[in-house]
Design a protein around this ligand. Sequence first.
Ligand SMILES: *Cc1c(COP(=O)(O)O)cnc(C)c1O
Length: 365
Amino acid sequence: MANLPVRPEIAAAAPYGAPHPPVPVRLNVNENPYPPPPEVVSSMSARVAAAAAGINRYPDRDFAELRSALADYLIREAGVAEISPDMIWAANGSNEVMLHILQAFGGPGRAVTAFEPTYSMYREYARDTFTAWKPGKLEADFSLEAGHGIGHIARARPTVVLLTSPNNPTGTALPLTTIDAIARHAEGRAVVVVDEAYAEFRRPGTPSALELLGEHRHLAVTRTMSKAFAAAGLRLGYVAADPELIGYLRTVRLPYHLSAITQAAALAALDHAGLMLAGVAELADRRDRLAAALAAMGFEVADSDANFVLFGRLADRHDVWERLLARGVIIREVGPPGWLRVSVGTEAETLAFLRALADIRKELE
Ligand SMILES: *Cc1c(COP(=O)(O)O)cnc(C)c1O
């Protein structure tokens, strides 16, 4: 081994990433299974070609046109009154947006809190920004009781609080009253980030935290085009918050972090938001049917507002995961011990998963 002066916490770590074997049924990373229709593909190609013609120049480093298109989209999606372009920031996936948030508001001597089980990348952003990771815990049913959350924050004293709604890997959404109570407690001490990566899949009656932006200048709501928007390959995530908070994210970003190609392709996707999101209602309906089918098989199923379902409890979840893989179905081994997470795919993929699971149950009887 080369004798490299690597940070000990990096030396011991494996790079993040779910296994990606080339199997026919891929239900492991919560992608939208429907590729964009040809109309969107050609419009994206045209926009990208125009950007390519000027590729000798650096891109618009503040991506004004894209911020304005994202603001318009959020106003329509969440039915909120006003989101201006200076309330929007974007980066290469909401993962990079989170990194910007921790670069600006975390750092040495500071802490970040989230409530587990939750997205495992958060602790990596903490490590990469030298921010202490001080997670709390969700209740046994994966809800978050506001008083309990506030108690944890009072003890851990983070400068960044991450709330994930709908949460990954559980699928559970937080009521606005809980987010509001935590935001009130955190005012003057922490920024509160609501990660709404799966928001477009939420059930009717589940509101977006975008509705609270007007009340809290330390609240940020992150979104992504990777999930419902069916553009995981694009790498475009974004955040809405008060312009002052956004200003600090601009300060820490690398120059020209969002390429002209990404900006062009994202604008084309947003031009056709309706087509990109066309499968969402169908996927949400299939999620509810998948959850019901798993419950009918006798599994415990977490309440989901996302495009995946967490189910348990399995005596040996790794064995079940491997047996599914042997049948050409990959899901995700994540969440509390005994639970597995399955993404909602096409009707055929979802049925293939349910059939394979039923077979495995028989085998194990
Ligand atoms: C998938 C996911 C994201 C999105 O990541 P991108 O970098 O935008 O692809 C963010 N948060 C959670 C909880 C996720 O599951």
